[in-house]
Write a protein that binds this ligand. Structure first.
Ligand SMILES: [Zn+2]
Length: 229
């Protein structure tokens, strides 16, 4: 008798679980594929993380985002630098400054979500404008953290990172991390919102409050370390 009651309760919990799971929007479901058109959900970062070592799923994600890329042939540059399965971004939702971005595929996919779900809404909210161009200080770059001769290789050394310096708005204004991070302005609120939103997608986000080396940019990467500072 008792066993029958317990079994019925477990079955009921299972059925309710399946119904809830089935109705879960894909951005909250860890097993769904990343959809860059959807707002960031509970599972978005995990879905992006899963793209590592899954080149086909990653390319499909870029396609869904409408990001146009050209594959870069795998290459090694010295002892710790190189690109594997990387892409050159030719066109995405927002224009980027030169030189063209060279990124690992998961990093490109994270940026595609970031443009649509972090940057664009934050610009509308705080500045009432569209972002017409994102200014960057580099993506793939063969160097160590801090740029010295010793120490850990930077995530830039495998195309897994980007440094964002500022934003050009459609109405002509320009917002830079160096000039607008501090203070009580709409531009500062926009930058802080972009910083915080980035932490929902990238594994590492470093800005002006991390150290002096980041006074003029936000470093975003999809490396193994998790930090939001
Ligand atoms: Zn960086």
């Amino acid at each position: 008798m008792r066993l029958a009651v317990i079994t019925s309760i477990l079955v009921a919990i299972g059925v309710v679980g399946i119904v809830i799971y089935d109705r879960l929007p894909p951005q909250h479901s860890p097993f769904a594929a990343i959809d860059p058109q959807r707002p960031i959900g509970l599972a978005t970062a995990r879905q992006l993380g899963r793209l590592e070592n899954r080149p086909d799923s990653c390319r499909a994600a870029l396609e869904r985002a409408g990001m146009l890329v050209a594959p870069i042939a795998d290459r090694r540059d010295g002892e710790f630098c190189g690109l594997t399965g990387a892409v050159a971004v030719q066109r995405s939702a927002i224009l980027w400054s030169d030189p063209p971005l060279q990124l690992s595929c998961p990093m490109a996919a994270a940026l595609a979500v970031w443009e649509k779900q972090v940057v664009a809404p934050a610009a509308q909210r705080h500045l009432g404008s569209r972002v017409s161009r994102i200014e960057h200080f580099g993506s793939y770059s063969c160097r160590r953290i801090g740029g010295g001769r010793s120490g850990r290789p930077s995530e830039h050394a495998t195309g897994n990172a980007i440094d964002v310096g500022g934003f050009r708005l459609a109405d002509g204004r320009r917002v830079t991390v160096r000039g607008d991070w501090g203070g009580d302005t709409a531009a500062a609120a926009f930058l802080h919102d972009v910083h915080d939103g980035s932490c929902r997608l990238f594994s590492a986000v470093l800005g002006p409050e991390y150290n002096a080396a980041h006074a003029d940019h936000l470093h975003l990467d999809m490396g193994p370390s998790t930090i939001c500072h």
